[in-house]
Design a binder for this molecule. Structure first.
Ligand code: FES
Ligand SMILES: [Fe+2]
Length: 434
């Protein structure tokens, strides 16, 4: 099927409550996602604390595009395509570093300021011709068209199509706000490195899983369930180990997840954990509440800490977990290959114990060595294989479906409404040709 030339066929991949398997398996659909979905929407690039000093850069990708996030002389953060305007050479190959005031291409030494503008060329007299002067090459490193730094979280949109930042995210920014507000200083810093984990499956399977509340008690029985059994056998003496405190809520019954609630917003964003979540009952950290009260006053401090959202999806490929201070970025590499990055944050001016818990959580749940993570990856890879079966070409998203459902809602926490919300946005952004 050539979806590029057949908009009707592309649109028909998403029904009200099911999606065609080609959204996960067709390489042509994947290419169109890179050209359209990842160009017309706001994609998370990185956190500005990763580039604290002038000249610091961080190399990453937006969809399939190599980019650099860099701190310019005026302290603003810029996002540039990582490609020399001369012959196309990658400007940097390191994941991060400091370039000083200029980037210098290693091939012929063209150099550029950290906002991408051209700085110098060797033998410049050779370029005093009109054709060069008016060319794109003379402009330097191409900036990504739209960049927004929201409370340290840097997003970019490559295309002029698609909504502005505030319209795109709307009220969903409240989840980022809550994570940042949990710092008495109102500031986060990336800390503890990043965990990278390769998955042989389509990226959207991971995004769907973030609000799939009917799988933990089943798929994680062998890991989280075993941890709880061992704890029971040990006699449940106090204090409860941090690992048990983190694993145990995963095994909560369906009713817990039903009552937790799911909120959906327009443009494919949404979150689990409206009323409570698996993060609600972590032990108090000595001194932290007092620091929060000193910073915000008692009522506001309580309101911030009572918000225990579980997973917030920033469509298309970011998940933020406020109460445990981490985010996961699902980077599409191929139709059946996804790199997951899990980044952890320090709440500036909060007790170190919070970062310690964040790091333990990340290692237990998101690391390549995580026993819980292996449960999920096996399910995704089985699905990627199973979707080859021809008997049924559709994936079901019917749970608690209601015809004509609105984009913005709060529902029973076991609904698949957020997944349907994502696919409605997917179909909308895929329909806009570049
Ligand atoms: S390729 Fe970069 S200077 Fe020639
Ligand atoms: Fe899981």
């Amino acid at each position: 099927m050539n979806y590029r030339d057949d908009p009707a066929a592309l649109g028909a991949l998403v029904r009200d409550a099911e999606v065609h398997r080609d959204v996960y398996t067709d390489p042509g659909v994947f290419t169109l996602e890179m050209e359209r979905l990842f160009a017309h929407t706001w994609i998370y690039v990185g956190h500005d604390s990763q580039v604290p000093k002038v000249g610091d850069y961080f190399g990453t990708t937006i969809g399939a595009q190599p980019v650099l996030m860099v701190r310019h002389d005026d302290e603003t953060v810029h996002v540039l395509y990582n490609r020399c305007p001369h012959k196309g050479t990658r400007i940097t190959t390191e994941t991060c570093g400091n370039t000083g005031r200029f980037f210098r291409c290693p091939y012929h030494a063209w150099s550029f300021r950290t906002d991408g503008s051209p700085a110098a060329l060797p033998l410049p007299s050779g370029y005093q011709n009109e054709a060069f002067v008016v060319s794109q090459a003379a402009q330097g490193l191409t900036p990504v068209r739209h960049v927004q730094n929201y409370r340290g979280f840097v997003f970019a949109k490559m295309s002029d199509a698609g909504p502005g930042f505030a319209d795109y995210f709307g009220d969903s920014l409240s989840s980022i706000d809550n994570m940042v507000d949990r710092s008495p200083a109102g500031r986060l810093e990336v800390a503890g490195g990043v965990l990278r984990y390769m998955h042989n499956c389509n990226w959207k399977m991971l995004v769907e899983n973030q609000t799939d509340t009917c799988h933990p008690m089943v798929a994680h029985m062998s890991s989280a369930g075993t941890a709880i059994d061992l704890w029971k056998q040990a006699g449940e003496q106090n204090p409860k180990p941090m690992a048990v405190e983190i694993y145990a809520p995963f095994m909560s019954p369906y009713e817990f997840y039903e009552k937790m609630g799911i909120r959906t917003w327009d443009n494919g964003h949404g979150h689990t954990g409206v009323h409570h979540s698996i993060h609600s009952n972590y032990s108090a950290v000595p001194g932290y509440f007092d620091q929060m009260v000193a910073a915000y006053g008692e009522a506001r401090a309580k309101a911030i800490l009572d918000e225990n959202r579980h997973n917030t999806i920033y469509f298309p490929n970011l998940m933020v977990k406020g109460p445990i201070q981490l985010l996961r970025l699902f980077k599409p590499l191929a139709v059946d290959r996804t790199l997951v990055e899990s980044w952890t944050f320090r709440l500036v001016d909060a007790p170190d114990f919070l970062l310690e818990r964040t790091l333990v959580y990340n290692r237990l749940i998101n690391a390549p060595t995580s026993v819980v993570g292996h449960d999920d990856v096996e399910m995704y890879e089985r699905a990627q294989e199973g979707l080859k079966a021809n008997g049924n070409q559709w994936v079901s998203l019917h749970r608690l479906f209601e015809p004509g459902e609105a984009a913005v809602s709060v529902d029973n926490g076991t609904t698949e409404r957020q997944m349907r919300n994502q696919y409605r946005a997917w179909a909308r952004y895929m329909a806009v040709a570049p």
